[in-house]
Design a protein around this ligand. Structure first.
Ligand code: GLY
Ligand code: MN
Ligand code: MN
Length: 453
């Protein structure tokens, strides 16, 4: 057994949220809902890839956040104050024939026993049962417009109640988006969520180290992607949180490059943006490394500029600062550097910033919320003002510089250099903690790790 196999075999199971966390979330949402209301949330659906083959199933984040329930064809109803139980799940009935072909089902018993629901019914009976649960409730919360088929189903249930008004049925008068309540809850991560996210971050950081050690001129971009995916899978992260970007040389200047099928050339940089998903939580790391293990002087100059911008943005990620302050800090450092290098020209730094002269080389924002979705939910502005950062919020910090080949306004020595450095950070009481700190990012650390090859 070699050393790495030994390490893998001694590994514990990957982190997973305890069931009580889901119950506590349901309680918290129920207490925020209007009295005499009902919330209805559908699971994700299986999607066909081609003929009989399906895409790997990924549960809907909102649904999973409140249930931990991993099956398709399920609907959660939350009904505050309902005497026979506030959390009701509709899900598939157990069926030996179905389960023989397609895998185990929880069934209604499992929904109650394992997933802590108060009540459960077969999904096949939803049209008979759910209108009765909605009837008499004055307000319905659900995510309108997200799924056309589900929108129609909800309207059918409401119409079934309206059809009975002359018999005294009371249809709901108000519909409200559930997201306002739910997505605000999802924005603040609990200690248990931070534990899972910390582990997703660590697996991803180690995967990037593996790619750094494997990288050699002449390899294909997808071979680095394979190194990353191997590490994810071997550590229990069965999915990536998004399609990996592995862009050598000029390909790094295409922001959403995912072909990953070109040869990595001696003397180029390669940008790797890849993150795993663990128990439905994402990590999102970008590292940019020299294919041959040594930065050229130009690569190093721009790399250290991006790194300074990232450090400034991380320093600005603290409670009391608003959402845009890390971005503003990064832009200031990048502009200062670009002016000094003569890549942009302006009479002053303030003017360069005001005129957004950096935009041809830095065209995206410095981060996004991170959680169950890689671009996670949560408002960035409140009442038209940037949101103030608070402990428990998790975000990425990911400035970059992209100078594509044949960029005529810039000296050719800078061409074909695309750099992004991305970490995941959680806002703490007095600053922030970098969850992805194990992934090396100084020039010295990257060159040292790559020299170990
Ligand atoms: N990987 C997607 C992003 O960095 O936002
Ligand atoms: Mn990102
Ligand atoms: Mn990313």
């Amino acid at each position: 057994m070699n050393e790495s196999t030994e390490k893998l075999e001694s590994r514990k199971l990957p982190a997973k949220l305890p069931m009580k966390e889901y119950a506590a979330r349901r309680q918290r949402l129920l207490r925020q809902m209007a009295p005499n209301s009902i919330a209805i949330l559908p699971s994700a659906s299986l999607k066909i890839r081609n003929r009989d083959a399906e895409y790997p199933f990924r549960q809907d984040s909102d649904f999973y956040y409140l249930t931990g329930f991993p099956e398709p064809e399920a609907v959660l109803a939350l009904i505050p104050g309902r005497e026979h139980g506030e959390a009701v799940l509709f899900c598939k009935e157990r069926n030996p024939e179905f389960e023989l072909w397609n895998g185990r089902l929880a069934g209604q018993e499992g929904a109650v026993e394992v997933y802590g629901m108060d009540d459960a019914f077969p999904i096949a009976d939803i049209d008979e049962i759910l209108p009765g649960l909605i009837e008499g409730r004055s307000k319905v919360y659900y995510a309108m417009g997200r799924d056309e088929k589900f929108d129609r189903q909800v309207m059918d249930w409401i119409n079934a109640i309206r059809a009975k008004v002359r018999s005294g049925a009371q249809p709901p008068g108000e519909f409200a988006a559930l997201e306002h309540l739910l997505h605000d809850m999802r924005l603040y991560k609990s200690p248990a969520e931070l534990k899972v996210m910390g582990e997703a971050a660590e697996i991803t950081a180690q995967a990037h180290i593996r790619a750094m050690k494997a990288c050699r001129p002449g390899m294909l971009e997808y071979q680095l992607e394979a190194e990353i995916n191997y590490h994810f899978l071997m550590n229990g992260a069965r999915a990536s949180a998004y399609n990996a970007i592995v862009g050598g040389g000029d390909n790094a200047c295409i922001l959403h490059y995912t072909e990953n099928d070109q040869v990595l050339r001696d003397g180029d940089l390669v940008l790797i943006d890849a993150g795993c998903e663990l128990d439905h939580y994402a990590a999102d790391i970008t590292r940019t490394i020299p294919v041959n293990g040594k930065f050229s002087p130009e690569q190093r100059t721009l790399y250290e500029l991006v790194l300074s911008a990232q450090e400034a943005a991380i320093a600005a990620t603290k409670p009391g600062n608003h959402w845009n302050q890390p971005h503003e800090a990064a832009v200031r450092v990048l502009c200062e550097g670009l002016l000094k290098l003569g890549i942009i020209q302006a009479p002053s730094l303030e003017e360069a910033i005001a005129q957004e002269l950096y935009r041809p080389f830095y065209m995206h924002r410095t981060g996004h919320w991170l959680g169950m979705d890689v671009h996670d939910v949560g408002d960035y502005k409140i009442g038209g003002e940037w949101r103030v950062l608070e402990p428990g919020m998790v975000m990425t910090v990911e400035p970059g510089l992209y100078i594509a080949a044949n960029c005529e306004s810039v000296e050719p020595r800078w061409w074909g250099i695309g750099i992004r450095i991305e970490d995941d950070v959680v806002v703490t009481k007095d600053g922030c903690q970098v969850l992805t700190a194990s992934a090396p990012k100084t020039v010295a650390d990257i060159e040292r790790i790559m020299a170990e090859r």
